[in-house]
Design a protein around this ligand. Structure first.
Ligand code: T3D
Length: 258
């Protein structure tokens, strides 16, 4: 696929997707959703970690609202089912860790896109805005699933109803994201986190991700059965043998690439 709305780079096992419509704060349209979904699949098949970030001063301002005429004929149920769902599921189901490097505002579906990622690192100037109710809508693109799981019902409800910006530091304090950093340290921070994951045990990361994501849907017994199955598989990997050998040799392990 030729990319026009995003940039895609792969280097040393680290895939970076940059949303690239800075004039409209990287707002999402049909083409960008298609490109993103495809690129996430591409990264999942060839990289060890994926980073999603934004060009310019924003991460993503959500749905492109630039064409007011579009609303008259809009089949939003179809757009959500056929375009947003595959995108959000592609991130949740991606076999490698996905980092959202949130360089600026993440609003509406842009916040949904960031918050479904496995690790969210945000610059201090970033804000998360459940902007939907301001235009007469409700949170979508997985927001009503992910928000209460991250911050609890009370905060999710307040954020959705009031639509007030949540700063990166506030988001970190309430457990909405993993880490807020100063603007000066932002690039170095997400790059270091990505490099760490790219040199780590890829198969273990994949199982960690799948087990933690499954825990939202199943009880303790089913979860422990899944842990047993996953751990059984991991115990037969070269990475596990290498990890134990390295521990005993008092050296850093060298995990397998892909
Ligand atoms: O229609 C459907 O398919 C429904 C789908 C719904 C899913 C959703 O995502 S609903 C939520 C959609 N997003 C929003 O409501 C957010 C709209 N944007 C804003 O509220 C503000 O722009 C921000 C709070 C994000 C940032 O504010 P600020 O002051 O930093 O920037 P700005 O001046 O408002 O925006 C800069 C430019 O980006 C501006 O263009 P201009 O005047 O320089 O030519 C603005 O129009 C444009 N822009 C910002 N957001 C969008 C956008 N253009 C198109 N779509 C946008 N979402």
């Amino acid at each position: 696929m030729n990319y026009e709305r995003i940039l895609y780079e792969l280097d040393d096992g680290i895939a970076v997707i940059t949303l690239n419509r800075p004039d409209v704060l990287n707002a999402l349209d049909t083409q960008m959703r298609a490109e993103l979904t495809y690129a996430i699949g591409q990264a999942g098949a060839s990289a060890r970690v994926l980073v999603i970030t934004g060009a310019g001063r924003a991460f993503c301002a959500g749905q492109d609202l630039g064409d007011a005429g579009r609303v008259a004929d809009l089949n939003l149920e179809r757009v959500l089912r056929d375009e947003y769902m595959p995108l959000i599921s592609a991130i949740a189901d991606c076999p490698i860790p996905v980092i959202a490097a949130v360089n600026g505002v993440a609003a509406g579906a842009g916040a949904s896109l960031a918050l479904i990622c496995d690790v969210v690192i945000a610059a201090e100037n970033a804000r998360f805005i459940q902007a939907f109710a301001q235009i007469g809508l409700m949170p979508d693109a997985g927001a009503t699933w992910v928000l209460p799981r991250l911050v609890g019902q009370a905060r999710a409800m307040g954020a959705a109803l009031f639509g007030e910006p949540v700063t990166a530091r506030e988001a970190e304090a309430m457990g909405m994201i993993w880490q807020a950093t100063s603007e000066a340290e932002f690039d170095a921070t997400w790059r270091a986190r990505a490099a760490h994951l790219a040199s780590g045990p890829t198969q273990a990361y994949s199982k960690i991700k799948s087990a933690l994501r499954a825990s939202a849907q199943q009880g303790l017994e089913a979860q422990m059965l899944q842990e047993a199955a996953h751990q059984g598989a991991l115990s037969r990997t070269r990475d596990f043998k290498e990890g134990v050998l390295a521990f005993n040799d008092k050296r850093k392990p060298t995990f397998e690439g892909r």
